[in-house]
Design a protein around this ligand. Structure first.
Ligand SMILES: [Fe+2]
Length: 184
């Protein structure tokens, strides 16, 4: 179940907010400029579904987001537990970074954990199938897909260059619970 746990950035052992209520999650995340919405993602996808298959299954959602926000590019990130590169893929975004573009994800299978670091707080957000999240450009964050990843996300962005990670060098991510601890 989707879940938001908020911490003061200096006290990763004690949370301020912990909720699975989607209305409450949407409200709390909106306060920091992050869009979070529960949509529906129940199109059947084969284990060997291609990116084109995923995009075709959710074309109406993709077109709606493009029309609303002017996103130019769409792709699919899909990582299954038996992916031989799972450790490398997980490690790529596990350190705090920003992007010059919004980071928009529609989760259509599986789950992943976003950590948004802003206003002196860390917003740990477990996203599951059906969740739409949009992290504004410049907001510091990291992402954990877990050691045994199962995730299919549709990604939308303005330009491929805007999606490059700018790492901050802050090691704060090391102090907070990893996906396994929180989602268990
Ligand atoms: Fe990111």
């Amino acid at each position: 179940m989707s879940r938001l746990t908020v911490y003061n950035e200096n006290t990763p052992a004690t949370h301020i907010i912990d909720t699975t209520d989607s209305t409450e999650m949407t409200r709390a995340l909106k306060e920091i400029g992050v869009r979070f919405e529960r949509w529906t993602a129940n199109a059947p996808l084969a284990k060997d579904a291609t990116d084109a298959d995923v995009m075709a299954a959710y074309s109406a959602d993709i077109e709606r987001l493009k029309a609303e926000n002017g996103y130019q590019s769409v792709d699919v990130i899909r990582v299954l537990p038996d992916n031989p590169k799972r450790d490398e893929l997980r490690g790529k975004f596990l350190s705090e970074h920003t992007h010059d573009d919004d980071e928009v994800r529609f989760f259509v299978q599986g789950s992943g954990m976003f950590y948004l670091h802003t206003n002196g707080r860390v917003y740990m957000t477990l996203c599951e199938a059906g969740d739409l999240i949009s992290v504004p450009a410049g907001v510091t964050h990291w992402f954990d897909m877990s050691a045994s990843p199962f995730i299919t996300c549709i990604r939308l962005f303005m330009t491929p260059a805007g999606w490059v990670a700018n790492f901050t060098g802050n090691t704060i991510a090391d102090a907070f619970p990893k996906y396994e601890k929180q989602a268990a």
